[in-house]
Design a protein around this ligand. Structure first.
Ligand code: APR
Ligand code: PHB
Length: 399
């Protein structure tokens, strides 16, 4: 590729997901310039339905950055969750167990909308719809990114000091770390989540995680008018096999308990099936390339950690870059991967624990299945166990 135009910035960021957008904001606050290259359009990234739970420290960070106004108006603050199994409900009071911490339910695409508009208002550069992103000179002090403006546009070059690969699980950044220099750890679960959005009033004031003999179910929310619900299905199942009636029938059976509580229905306006995996790439750096968020790791959604982990990575990275530009120290940059991976592995552990405990796995022996039920029974009757769940769920402290 021969560039027709060459520009320079301090940090080239690939991807305008939560990782790339938070990083650009955090760097801007430190006086560090960045350019974001995003392959999709603004409308697409602002319209894609993803996660929805923010840990307390992420909410505090957004407010501290002046990005939290709409979240504080439209988000839902949850101080506990309900666990259901054996048709019984058990409330876990997160706030009481963690000294007042809560989680905030505010959809990821709303976070994206807030961060994109604030970044553009600040004069930041986000190039949407780029293609063919390629890296050069990652090992030297002046790495470069080449890309096309649009699908068949002219080739541009971005010269920079650092590249931040925030391009999600399928992006090119992780692949730019030579295979011999990285180790990948992975579990692919035999579960999928069939997720719906429905125009219905809330059925319950907090999230319900249900372990049922027909499979896991989760009740979540998006707004007073829109609810988000999931059921465990075979990841290879086809959404065409799931009529709205069949979905509601499964949701009722799996979510309802003995108290007489009932689920409120409404028209389903979005449905799809997602597969579930746990994945970690170690290290998360190669030369001047640093990868963050889903580019480096995936958690199954059961622990609600994906978005929060992406923000944690880029907070560590922004601090390391700020220290480098302020005083030339490279310790933070050299320690980036190890610092992030300590938190990531704890979130991987928690997400795996929640996933295996709450789902039904035909491949597990009856013994293992009984152990999960004993684990749930122990959990809801032990303050120590509930505290352990709560402190992970609301988010471990950022060091
Ligand atoms: N060039 C430019 N941009 C790219 C490329 C590419 N070759 N490939 C992917 N991208 C963009 C995607 O279009 C997407 O907007 O990178 C962005 C990556 O964003 P996310 O996938 O949202 O990843 P991340 O920012 O790490 O956020 C992690 O997202 O998957 C959810 O639930 C997960 O909450 C977690 C969060
Ligand atoms: C969601 O609302 O999309 C959601 C909530 C909790 C989870 C996962 C997803 O654990």
């Amino acid at each position: 590729m021969h560039p027709t135009k060459s520009t320079r910035t301090q940090v080239a960021i690939i991807g305008a997901g939560p990782a790339g957008l938070f990083l650009s904001h955090l760097l801007h606050r430190q006086g560090i310039e960045s350019v974001i290259l995003e392959s999709r359009s603004r409308e697409e990234i602002e319209g894609t339905i993803r996660a929805g739970v923010l840990e307390q420290w992420v909410v505090d960070l957004m407010n501290g950055m002046g990005l939290g106004d709409r979240m504080m108006r439209e988000g839902h603050f949850h101080s506990g969750i309900t666990l259901r199994f054996d048709r019984q409900s058990h409330h876990i009071d997160m706030a009481e167990l963690t000294g007042g911490k809560r989680v905030t339910v505010y959809a990821q695409h709303e976070v994206i909308r807030d961060l994109v508009s604030a970044r553009l208002e600040d004069g930041g550069t986000i190039l949407f719809g780029v293609s063919d992103v390629q890296f050069a000179d990652l090992d030297g002090k002046a790495p470069r990114v080449q890309f096309r403006r649009g699908p068949d546009g002219p080739v541009d070059e971005l010269r920079c000091d650092f590249i931040a690969g925030c391009d999600g699980f399928h992006g090119p950044s992780r692949q730019a770390i030579p295979a011999a220099a990285r180790t990948e750890y992975q579990i692919v679960y035999p579960f999928g989540w069939l997720g719906i959005l429905t125009e219905a009033p809330p059925s319950h004031p907090e999230l319900i995680y249900a372990n049922h003999e027909r499979g896991f179910a989760l009740l979540s929310t998006r707004s007073p008018e829109v609810q988000r619900l999931y059921i465990q299905v075979d990841p290879k199942d086809d959404i065409a096999n799931w009529s709205d009636d069949r979905i509601w029938s499964e949701l009722h059976r799996r979510l309802e308990d003995e108290s007489g509580w009932t689920l409120k229905e409404g028209p389903i306006f979005q449905k799809g099936i997602i597969a579930m995996r746990s994945f970690v790439c170690d290290p998360m750096q190669h030369g001047r390339l640093f990868i963050a968020g889903d580019a480096a790791h995936i958690v199954p959604p059961t622990g609600a950690k994906g978005l929060n982990l992406a923000v944690a990575d880029v907070l560590v990275l922004s601090r390391a870059m700020a220290a480098y530009y302020k005083s030339g120290t490279t310790e933070g940059l050299e320690g980036y991967s190890a610092t992030c991976l300590r938190r990531i592995w704890k979130a991987e552990r928690f997400s795996w624990y929640m996933t295996t405990m709450l789902h039904r796995n035909e491949k597990e022996s009856p013994f293992e299945q009984r152990v999960h039920l004993a684990e749930l029974d122990y959990l809801v009757h032990s303050r120590a166990a509930m505290t352990a769940l709560a402190e992970n769920y609301v988010g471990l402290p950022m060091e």
